[in-house]
Every structure is written in structure tokens, then in C-alpha cells.
Design a protein around this ligand. Sequence first.
Ligand SMILES: *[C@@H]1O[C@H](CO)[C@@H](O)[C@H](O)[C@H]1NC(C)=O
Length: 633
Amino acid sequence: MWKVFVFLSLLNAVTVTKGLVPSTFINTSDKARLNSVFLSASPYGDTQSAHYAISGLKLLGEAVPNSQDVCKTLSKIIDKTVSSIYHASEAAKALGNCKIDVPEFKQILTDVIKDGSSVQDIAFAFLALKNLGLAADDAAVSSSLLAALKTDDSPASHGYAFMAAAQLKGDISKFVDNIEDVVAQADEVDEKYLQFEGGLYVTALVVDGSYKLAGKSNKAPTIAQDKVLKFSNYFLSRKHVHQLKSAYHFLSVIKTLTTNKFHIPIAVSLASPVAVTQADPAVKVRVTDLMGGSLGDLTITADSARHLGDDAVVISKKQFSAAASDKSLFELNFLQAKPAKGFYKLTINVSPKQPNSKLLGTAGAEVSVKVTTQVSVENVELGVADKDQATAARTTRLAHPNKAASILEADYHQKIVMKFQLKDKTSGQLMTAHQTFVRLTNRDTKQEIIFVTESDSTLTNKFDLDVGTNAKEFGYKSGKYTMELIVGDAVIENPFSWTVADVSLTFPEGGAAKKDQVDQYAKKPEIKHKFNEPEKRPPASLSLAFTGLVLAPFLILIILWFRIGVNISDFPPTLSAIGFHLCLGGIFVLYYFYWIQLNMFETLRYLGILAIPTFFFGNRLLSSIASKSAKKN
Ligand SMILES: *[C@@H]1O[C@H](CO)[C@@H](O)[C@H](O)[C@H]1NC(C)=O
């Protein structure tokens, strides 16, 4: 029964931490970068930057330059707000041997500790009193903090409350109980990271505060193992932080995660190149805490190594050997297991020689490596064949890296054929490569034409270049070309480009004329829009005759009018009559111009203008005629 339980809980530990174990840590370059973030904050403009910079340097174990001057500066930049006093007190404490006491501070700080103040103010005031060695009413702090948390229960406020409570005398269980609830509010990203809204600074504050509070209460905080690892992954993903406040909180929480009494996450990082080669067959891993510190004597085992392509497991329970010089460095000759080329994931188990229940991530750490190989090219045959294959190809065998002795000549009735095989030098087996190209470079123009070759089921690569059908690709440029074979792959150590031969290609005559069409990037001729060609007109005399015919009735009308004697004496000599007829005539003239040159819009515009007087005069004329005839009757 016990055995089953132990087995199950071990199994559980593996599944919850698989793939979650941090694969990086704060190394010397990271420390140097953080150091420069802290150093560049000086000269300090306010006590907050002094606090973060000085405490940050202290966490790194670096000295603060001119610490006595800095201490004097603190007294100058301090103002009478709670947060300014708090930050100054933290900075002074970190400096050591620095006194910033001012008599009125005690009153300012004590006044804030009451119901109705913010969590941050109460926490800062209390911590400042502690730092300055002044008396504080712990019970009042505790109750007003709890009251303030009722109105503001954001993760950041809880973080400040945890920090303060970690220094409180008396019952702190109410704060400790909050840890689980607050942690439950963190957001998970990619099943690998946990973070609070508000980012690095808030997340660091909460986790840091939780562990400090737990340290005070002597009870592990209620944060599940996988969550601690996910928080750790999140912090490490932000190790390039360069903002002062976040950098300080980041370093503080990482330090806490290496020194607390309950949970120490392990970092398993790859310390050798990703590529495992015959020359360098060892996989090296570094197993440390998150600051790169040693975890004592460890036994490191590769539980398995799985090929990512075919899932083949090539290693099972293989122990790493410890490097003599470095206690946290371990190596394993991976090629002893004769793994095929490709990508592998190693699952790594860490077991401390002295049992240590604090370590998190002892199972399920993963590192990725690739096994590379040298490739050789074999059975290379190159030749020219007739397009219709009436005659067998004349081929010659070639050996890498020699070039064909003679120039290969092919015209557009022929094709160039090449066959080759790639061999994995390590296993002696035929293989394929991701990239196998044939490149033809024109000797004069340096223009390159690249073809992909493909391998068949027997792993033989074939290249067939039909000169005639590919003429377009070459721009119909007959002449000398250099032919190269290019082979490469992520797992090939010796990718190569081999000049196989010089070839002389002859393309169809007249290709030059088509050359312009071939160059698809050349400037195209301008496109001019062309209207339908008008149909051919009849001869001018014919049109004239018909015009005469059309006008003839009008002429006849006039003649007839004179014959019968037109009486125009009744034409009223009024302005409206003359105006109306002039306008009417104007409209006919307009129609004539519409026919001759105006377009419809212009015509309508003029017609609109003419219509107004026409209507006006017409109306007057008609009404005068009407009244005249009424008189007559
Ligand atoms: C530290 O880690 C970074 C990757 O996070 C790496 O680029 C750098 O080379 C490492 N520095 C040292 C000194 O190992």
C-alpha cells in the first residue's frame, strides 16, 4: 500500500513538473547587466531610486560606490511623505552605517497607521519605523492592514501586506491564509508561465512577500510545486528587465527563490552546443539554483532521449558524470548510444545525494539537442541524353570534389541528366537532405538559375534538365554555364556547394527576340486606350447630295410661301413676339452646335439658359394672342 502511494506520488511529481523545470538561470552576463542597471541610477533623484539601486547592488553582493556620500545625499533628497521616508530608510539600512533620523518622522509615520489609510502607506510606515529602530504598535498595524485589504484586495496590496506582516509580532495567520487565494488569481500563459496583471513587479512582490511571510510563520506557503515553477519561468523570461523598480523586485524574488526554507526551484540548462557531433559528442548540462548557485552533490540521470521525428527512444536511465572542476556541470557522451541524426529531447532527473525535499523540478527537466552527421555524395553520374531518349545517355562518373574534365555540351533537343546519392558517413546509410539544389550560373552575366532535385524511393536524387523546355528560364542565352550541386540540412555538419561541371547550352535561334518577353521585370510598353475606329464614310459628294435632299422640303416651303403670298403683316411687332422667335431660333442654332461640336452636358446647360427667356416671351406672346382673339370675337 505504501509502495503504491509512493509510486503514485512520484508519478504525480513527474507529470506536474514535466517541461516546467526552468532551463535558464541568472548567469554572470545577466548579473553584469543588472549591475549596470543599478549603477546607472546614480546620482539619485529621489529616495525610491536610491532604495532600489542600493538594495539591488547589495543583493548582487556588489559594493555601493562612495557609500558615505550617498548616505549624505539621502538626507537631502528625502521629503516628508511616507513613501519617501520608507525608501530612504530601506536605502540607509542596505548601505549600513547610515543614519537618516529626523525627529518629526516618527509622528508622520505613526499618523498613517490607522483605518482608512491605504495598504501601501500602512505597510511603508510600519516598515520604515522598523528600519529606523522606532517603536510601532504592531496590533494597530495588523488591524488597519486587514481593514485596508477589505477595500483594496489587489495582488499588489496583498504583496505589500505580506512584506509588512513578515515583520509583525503576534498573530499573522490571517495574512498567511490569504496567500493561497491571492496566488489563485495569477494568470497562466502557455501552460508554462504564471503572472499577475501588472507584470513583473507585482508578480515578484507577491511571490517574494509570500515566501518572506511563510518564513516568519515557519510554514511552507500554500503554492503548488508546478505553480512555483511557472512563476520561476515567468521571472526568468523577464531577466532582461532594465527598469529599475522591476529589476530590483525581480532580483529580490529570484534571491528569495534560492534562499527560502521551503521551495528551491532547480534550473537545468544546456551547457554545450545544441549540435552533438563526432568531434564533440558530449551533452553537458548545468544544474543550479536560479542564481546559478550549486545545489550540493547531485546525481543526474537522463531518463530518456526521444527522437522528435520518429519517437524512437535511444537512451534510458543513463547517468551523467560530474565534471571534475565544476560541481554543477554534468556530461554524457550521447553518441555512445549511436543515435541516428536528428532532433532529440532528453528528459533529465536530478537527485541530490543528501535527500533534500526543498528542491523543485527534480523530475521532468528537458533539454533539446540535435545529432548531426557528415554527409558524402556517392555514385554521381552526369551526362547528356537526347530528349526522345532514342539513344542511351552518355554519362560519366564523377567523384566529389572533382569537376568533370570536359565541357558538357547540350542543345535544345537534349537534356542534362545527373544522378547522385547522399550517404550518412556515421551510419553508412543512404539519406536525404532538406536542401539539394543544382545551380547554373551564366559565366558572362553571372545570372543564376536554381533547380531543386528530388530523391526517389531508392534515395537516389535525380536531376533532369530539358534544355529546350527550360529555355525561357535561361532567357534564351546560349553560352557557358557553371553547374553546381548544393546540399545542406540542419543536421548536416558539412553542407557543401560542389562545382560539378562547366556546361555549354544552346537554345533555339530567335530566342533573342523573345528575350524581352522573358524578362518579366522589364519595363512594359505604355498602354494607350484606343477607341473603336469609325467606319469608313461615304464620299463627300454623296453626303452633299443627301444634305440637299434633306433641305429640299424647306426650300420648297419657302418657294410655296412666296407663290401663295405669305401674309406676315399680322406679325405683332411686340418685344415678346420678336424675343420668342429669336429664342426659338437660338434653340435651333444650339441643336446645330450640338450636332457639330458641343457635348450633351454643355448643350443642356445652354438650353437651360435659353429656356428661361423662351418660356417668358412665349407665355407673354400666347396670352396677348389670346386676348386679341377675345377682342375680335
Ligand atoms: C548567459 O545566458 C545568456 C542567455 O540567457 C547567454 O546568451 C549568455 O551567453 C550567458 N552568459 C554566460 C557568461 O554564460
